[in-house]
Design a protein around this ligand. Structure first.
Ligand code: ATR
Length: 276
């Protein structure tokens, strides 16, 4: 019998998850279906429980339901607990297991696909909202030393305080970053959605690379449209630029593994999505 999976969000029509998981299933010979489901803003819980009662095996969760999914889970993985958000649910008897594969997806994309080792690297994490919480622990576990900067500085301090037990992490304002250099700068703000740029100090001479160390990687977790941050990073001399498409496919692969215990090959799927 075909096993059923889905992604739940609002809005959801833009989601690439059905395409990705369908390709994973085809590639690995797994007998499953995967659909996109629009949940009413006040109807997330009912939507999930109905799907479960219908025999669905697991779901991905996207905006704006990741915190509700965190609350709904009866058991949480350590990384979901740390992120305080859940993007993957697995139905296991009466248990609803909540996981968060976003950070693992980011780390896999940076380390495996972009061949950039995070161990011992200075990472600037911009943003202190849901996206930043989702990736902080996996970045620390990969050995990165994180500076988190946020427009509302208090939130950067809160994030750093929460994760300090897991590794090297400190908070900063954007202005206090002047004069510092980073090996990897990650945009986990929602600024790119509004065609805006986080207020990074601007080097006067691009070659000076005020924020971006030589060989620095600039990574925008957003994908699909031109990122003001990546344009800025290029102008400021960042050696390498990456958008979040690889992370999207890698977090999906991590969910697929949780559900099916099989690791799909992500490279052909990323390549295919680049062409769409
Ligand atoms: P998400 O789940 O995408 O992280 P969120 O929890 O609403 O969404 O958080 C959005 C993040 O983007 C916040 O860190 C926000 O900064 P504030 O806490 O100061 O609001 C950040 N952000 C949004 N627009 C920004 C901009 N133009 N410049 C800098 N940071 C921005």
């Amino acid at each position: 019998m075909t096993d059923r999976y889905a992604v739940i969000g609002n809005p959801i029509s833009h989601s690439k998850s059905p395409l990705i998981h369908t390709q994973f299933a085809y590639q690995t010979g797994q007998d499953l279906s995967y659909e996109a489901i629009l949940a009413p803003l006040n109807g997330f819980r009912d939507t999930v429980l109905t799907l479960r009662d219908e025999g669905c095996r697991g779901v991905n969760i996207t905006v704006p339901f990741k915190f509700e999914a965190f609350q709904l889970a009866t058991r949480l993985t350590a990384r979901a607990q740390a992120a305080q958000a859940v993007n993957t649910l697995k139905f296991d008897g009466t248990e609803i297991i909540g996981d968060n594969t976003d950070g693992a997806g980011l780390v896999a994309d940076i380390e495996r696909n972009l061949d950039f080792t995070l161990q011992g690297k200075r990472v600037l994490l911009m943003g202190a909202g849901g996206a930043a919480y989702g990736v902080a622990l996996p970045l620390l576990n990969a050995g990165a030393s994180i500076t988190v900067a946020n427009r509302t500085e208090d939130k950067a301090h809160q994030l750093a305080a929460l994760f300090a037990v897991h590794g090297s992490i400190q908070a900063s304002s954007y202005t206090a970053l002047a004069g510092s250099q980073f090996d990897c700068v990650i945009n986990a703000t929602s600024s790119s959605l509004a065609d805006a740029l986080p207020p990074l100090p601007r080097g006067e001479n691009a070659k000076r690379g005020e924020i971006f160390a030589p060989d620095a990687l600039a990574y925008d977790m957003m994908y699909g449209k031109q990122s003001p941050f990546l344009l800025f990073a290029k102008e400021q001399g960042a050696a390498r630029l990456a958008d979040g498409l690889g992370m999207l496919v890698e977090q999906a692969a991590e969910s697929f593994f949780l559900w099916r215990n099989v690791r799909p090959d992500t490279a052909p799927v990323i390549a295919k999505l680049r062409l769409i």
